[in-house]
Design a protein around this ligand. Structure first.
Ligand SMILES: Nc1ncnc2c1ncn2[C@@H]1O[C@H](COP(=O)(O)OP(=O)(O)OP(=O)(O)O)[C@@H](O)[C@H]1O
Ligand SMILES: Nc1ncnc2c1ncn2[C@@H]1O[C@H](COP(=O)(O)OP(=O)(O)OP(=O)(O)O)[C@@H](O)[C@H]1O
Ligand SMILES: [Mg+2]
Ligand SMILES: [Mg+2]
Lengths: 163, 166, 163, 166
């Protein structure tokens, strides 16, 4: 069990160094509080964003924390790949530049996998291949638009899709 | 394997049956607060049996049935397509449809899963998902607020995220 | 102690009904889990956003939750007024329309009090009377700009302010 | 009473002494992630003694001293102006400057408060703030993440917010 964990930790650490460099353009690393007995301690995330000093996650700004957490998520996804990923509003704390970097990181990974990303940020929407619009219509419920027209099946009792 | 489409019928805020095709690559979803975006994610978790009702912001499964709808049941279908390995080890391209229904009845909630129209148990569905390389843990789904939770959880809780992966 | 609490609760409840109507254009109310022994239970927030059914805070969408929490904060501030309020990125989950409504609500309250609001949303910045720009300059640290020029004191060792 | 200006000198990311005038009414602050916006709020909490070091994202008070700076101390001054009631009960318009300094020394951290240049104890400062109608609890400051915390806290924790108000 400990061996399996240390093996996973080594792979996630390596992936994290890469994804953090990609998102924050700095150096990030994962560290075990208790390397000899991992289950007796926690997981420390330390990072040196571009041009700044090494800091633990807890001391960073809101946006830097989110970006670091996303690098960690990308590392987990690299070690445990799936054909389909979902991100629901992961860019809430990010400014325009960081949102754009994240969008590019998602786009490059989307060559080989599907990414479904919910976002309010135009910067994110513009980088995607398809945007699904969702609105609430009084007395009707959720209406979905923006789905490519050739996909709509007239036989469906769903006249509002693509309408 | 890839996701081809998601159909929501009387599920949460989707009073009308709605089929949402999902293309390859990078797809975004946008719209006003409370319009139903996260409900689409709940539908994916629902149909694949990868979350509790609380994980879909519902007290009970029957809370997932559209309140304004006319039917006493909610139905979600996920269409998947990909290279499947058949019994002889040959890879063929096929489509598979996974469906889950929850029904409100006098005796309580009734729910079941179907694969290509045939009722199956959740364990069978998860075996199929594993064959397709699709996670059954929900680790590939980052819910609204998860990133912020990840930034505020302590070191031990964070390490436990890694425990689950190993 | 109980009387003081019930009195505060009555005033905050009344204020909440008003601020929720202002922000969400619906009906919101606070309710005690245990009205006879308030300290034995929690505080329930129920709301009916415009055009929707009554729901507890826990069942709402991310943006609806934030808007409801902000109405609660406004109610607390109305009952316990101060001359100066600070909001640090309270609009993270809000869409454009809700951000605009919040900005208007802050603006109307700012007639009689100072509000200092940190935000990434242009909709919020455009409604304010003054925007302070903050950037990080390599080898220099935080630089503040956009402060009204007539306020800069040349005697200060702070040449970057207003520069 | 109103806030007239905040001056940060070698505090967190403010390596250079910076005076920030704050006007009446509605003021916004904007800029990239990590630029120092929340540090301005930390400075307000610091100078008025209304947060622990952890509440300002610092392990210890000395962590608030700018790492890249040349001085071993950090200094924040808040300029307030308003109608003050003097000893005879008359209202006069006055300005007051509140300052706090934290210094790193071999023996550890040393910090003190000043009002108009005179060292005071925290209790004296908080008496002054109460006279000015300025909260000493920090209830008027909504920190980054507070709204999201408020939405995810349970009913009892939420009621406790009201306990503090009463
Ligand atoms: N059983 C139900 N019947 C009808 N409507 C429902 C039901 N369950 C939830 N809803 C509605 O769904 C809405 C929430 O939708 P959802 O969480 O998908 O919003 P969202 O688009 O993700 O918004 P945000 O941008 O704020 O996160 C709620 O306003 C609620 O009224
Ligand atoms: N003692 C210190 N010396 C120098 N820099 C510091 C010190 N303490 C914190 N910082 C820097 O301040 C930055 C954080 O600033 P702050 O939290 O104000 O950012 P922000 O503008 O609020 O960003 P966000 O939009 O992401 O919330 C960190 O990047 C950190 O490097
Ligand atoms: Mg949502
Ligand atoms: Mg901040």
């Amino acid at each position: 069990k400990r061996t399996a964990f240390l093996d996973a930790f080594a792979r996630v650490s390596k992936a994290f160094a890469g994804s953090f460099a990609e998102l924050a353009r700095g150096e990030g690393r994962l560290r075990l509080e208790n390397p000899d007995d991992p289950f007796a301690g926690g997981l420390i995330i330390e990072a040196r964003p571009r041009g700044k000093k090494l800091a633990r996650l807890e001391a960073m700004s809101g946006g830097e924390k989110s970006l670091t957490a996303l690098a960690f998520i990308f590392a987990l996804q690299e070690v445990n790949p799936a054909p389909f990923f979902v991100f629901d509003e992961v860019d809430q704390s990010l400014d325009g530049v960081n949102t754009d970097t994240l969008a590019s990181a998602i786009k490059s990974r989307a060559d080989s996998r599907q990414y479904l990303v919910i976002s309010h940020h135009r910067v994110m929407l513009e980088k995607s291949r398809q945007t699904i619009g969702v609105t609430m219509r009084k007395g009707w419920g959720t209406v979905v638009t923006g789905v490519p027209m050739e996909e709509t099946e007239p036989a469906q009792a769903a006249p509002e899709v693509g309408a | 394997v890839r996701v081809e489409a998601l159909t929501l019928d009387n599920f949460k805020s989707f009073a009308k049956k709605t089929r949402i095709p999902i293309r390859d690559g990078f797809t975004t979803v946008s719209g006003p607060n409370g319009s139903g975006k996260s409900n689409i994610i709940d539908a994916i978790q629902f149909v694949l049996g990868i979350a509790t009702s609380k994980g879909m912001r519902a007290e009970r499964l029957t809370d997932l049935i559209c309140i304004e709808g006319t039917k006493p049941s909610a139905r979600v279908t996920l269409e998947l397509a990909g290279a499947f390995e058949d019994a002889d080890g040959r890879r063929t391209h096929k489509k598979v449809e996974v469906t889950r229904v929850v029904r409100r009845q006098k005796s309580g909630a009734q729910a079941h899963y179907e694969v290509d129209g045939t009722p199956v148990r959740l364990t069978d569905l998860h075996d199929l998902m594993r064959d397709l390389g699709f996670p059954t843990s929900g680790q590939n789904i980052v819910l609204q607020g998860d990133v912020i939770r990840l930034t505020s959880m302590g070191g031990v809780a964070r390490r436990q995220v890694l425990d689950e992966l190993a």
